[in-house]
Design a binder for this molecule. Structure first.
Ligand code: GRF
Length: 217
């Protein structure tokens, strides 16, 4: 069973989707630890309710980002974490964390990357007049929301959408995509070809890879 560490800063609805999918057996993984940098965040309460170790690691107490990430790495290792999932973790991560978990860090972003990286992705999509947006689960590299894409879902932008209504519609898809992406990784079905992810139909079998719609079978 793959051991996951989830890093979050906010309400933790993606964390909840991951916890639920692990508990139901839909995802062959277990959340080993949840780390949060914001005191009182909903994510901490959700972890505690699920009986998962929940750690508050307040960044104010560390002199540098590197020092913070070194502590994070130590904590994740202590819990035997094999895959790190950023779920609304509002901090830039450094090479200290990246190099400790190479190609083993996932992030979820509320747009169809590479469109609208960075902050306020939903606001950016609305401002651009996009008719379609969505969400992306990707591997984390040194850039901002720039790593190899694992799974995406499209979401229509409707007339009259506000940032709140569109974000809520995208969030529904996030909750579907994130557990699915983790499941694929946990099954060893995600292969990297340069910067491109290939999802294998069967673990270890490179002869057939799945296209996007098939990922949701
Ligand atoms: C999500 O929209 C995610 O895409 C973004 O932050 C939000 C986290 O929401 N990076 P939650 O804390 O999982 O509810």
């Amino acid at each position: 069973m793959m051991r996951i560490g989830v890093l979050a800063s906010g309400s933790g609805s993606n964390l909840q989707a991951i916890l639920d999918a692990c508990a139901s057996g839909a995802v062959p993984a277990q959340v080993a630890v949840v780390v949060c940098n914001v005191a009182g965040a909903g994510a901490l309460q959700r972890a505690e309710k699920a009986g998962v170790p929940a750690v508050l690691l307040a960044h104010g107490q560390y002199p540098t980002r590197d020092a913070y990430d070194a502590e994070l790495v130590a904590l994740l290792r202590k819990h035997g974490v094999q895959l790190v999932c950023l779920a609304g973790f509002m901090r830039l991560i450094t090479p200290v964390l990246l190099s400790a978990f190479q190609n083993r860090i996932l992030n979820i972003h509320p747009s169809l990357l590479p469109a609208y990286p960075g902050m306020h992705a939903v606001r950016q999509a609305l401002a651009a007049g996009a008719r379609v947006s969505g969400c992306t689960v990707h591997m984390v590299d040194e850039g901002t929301d720039s790593g190899p894409i694992v799974i995406q879902a499209a979401v229509p932008v409707l007339d009259g959408d506000t940032e709140e209504t569109l974000a809520a519609r995208i969030l529904v898809q996030e909750h579907r995509c994130y557990p699915r992406a983790i499941s694929l990784l946990a099954q060893g079905r995600v292969a990297l070809e340069g910067r491109r992810v290939r999802v294998q139909a069967k673990p270890g079998d490179p002869t057939r890879t799945l296209s996007s719609p098939e990922l949701f079978d």
